[in-house]
Design a protein around this ligand. Sequence first.
Ligand SMILES: Cc1cc2nc3c(=O)[nH]c(=O)nc-3n(C[C@H](O)[C@H](O)[C@H](O)COP(=O)(O)OP(=O)(O)OC[C@H]3O[C@@H](n4cnc5c(N)ncnc54)[C@H](O)[C@@H]3O)c2cc1C
Length: 463
Amino acid sequence: MSENFDVIVIGSGPGGYVCAIRAAQLGMKVACVEKRATLGGTCLNIGCIPSKALLQSSENFEQAAHEMKDHGILISEVKLDLARMQARKGEVVGANTKGVEFLFKKNKITWIKGAASFTGANTVEVAGQAYSAKSIVIATGSDSVPLKGVEIDEKRIVTSTGALELDKVPGHMVVIGGGVIGLELGSVWRRLGAEVTVIEFLDRITPGLDNEISTAFQKVLAKQGFKFKLGHKVTAAKSSDQGVTLTVEPAKGGAVEQIKADIVLLAIGRYAYTEGLNLAAAGVETDERGRVKTDAHFATNVPGVYAIGDVIAGPMLAHKAEDEGVALAERLAGQAGHVNYDAIPSVVYTWPEVAAVGKTEEELKAAGVAYVVGKFPFTANGRARAMGATDGFVKILAEKGTDRVLGAHILGPDAGTLIAELTTAIEFGASAEDVGRICHAHPTLSEAVKEAALAADGRALHI
Ligand SMILES: Cc1cc2nc3c(=O)[nH]c(=O)nc-3n(C[C@H](O)[C@H](O)[C@H](O)COP(=O)(O)OP(=O)(O)OC[C@H]3O[C@@H](n4cnc5c(N)ncnc54)[C@H](O)[C@@H]3O)c2cc1C
């Protein structure tokens, strides 16, 4: 006999657990299957949350070790207690995963423990038990992309999961891949004392970000001590007790060299994870990159089976997965759930941070859209000066003629928080002038956003 639900969500990451909560709020009988021992998925267990805990701790360490002197605070000896830092990270993760468990109980969601695999279009099996539902939601997330010749052992050659668990600061860490995860975790270990080299296949870091921001970001990271080897590829990695020797060559071909590292972090991207799901039993189709194919309303080709989050197309971000979870639950309840993919912010949590929403300058050029640019540097912002955090700038792209905000890009202190205002602007169809005419508290970093909006009309006040 199978146990029956209105909705079974497979995977308890930010896509799955939020979908489950919203569906339960709307009166459905909901179960969520999770094969990990704790709820919360990649994000809470081995992604967003532990990485941000270590970014915060390592930032505090760097401030205490190097930056307090300038503020007139003398600390005689700053020592690292990495075991405590890691334990604190574990406590932060635990509080968050327990929080989801509490929310499941509060919303009467059944947590089915184990790995789900389809046995038909509306049936799954978990640990030998059959379950059925009117709607099944695939929210199984993603995993790290492997690289031929570089074998992961999660000790010396690690993915982000191993990089979050190191019990010793490496002398030399090589990061393969100049994307968000590599730069964030590279920042953690650089701040704690590692020499960090980033090897990137492309001739730029952070592909997808606005070019101008990306170039400025790389300069800031280089000033902090990051070394970059762009336009190069790693073709082999040999691990021994002494460390790892990487074979590296120019992406376009040329002289091969060897680079030694104590730890290698492989961070070249993530792929949609559907292993063990037995999609074939349900007849669910995937695309050429293994992502579950859906229509604009998260429906797969099989009636009653849906998919959200990292396992489908679109940016692999926790808040994108969450919003899809909410929209889908509302559609299952007969409402009109919707996600606006033009207004999904993305953030790199280094220091300074990088944040973006909407179109880049390159995208607007490629689409033939006429635009104006408004820019304002943090060097001219009083609060940033007071903080001693003047690296970076705000850049707003507005449509020529209508002045509508089409894109916004920030390199600077708390960029991830500042971008929320410009996300709101895009969501509400605001013009740059609208943002420029809003009263912003003084002295705050948000005044740089207002000034960049004014600059789009050539009328910034403080520069
Ligand atoms: C190091 C790192 C840092 C990150 N930082 C950020 C950040 O700061 N901000 C941000 O927005 N995003 C960040 N991300 C990305 C973010 O974690 C993902 O976008 C997000 O977790 C995707 O959510 P999801 O619900 O689609 O899937 P996931 O969070 O991957 O959850 C999927 C869950 O499904 C479970 N599962 C899989 N198959 C089955 C099965 N057959 N049966 C039962 N359970 C199954 C898995 O165990 C997993 O728990 C980061 C990722 C990493 C790796």
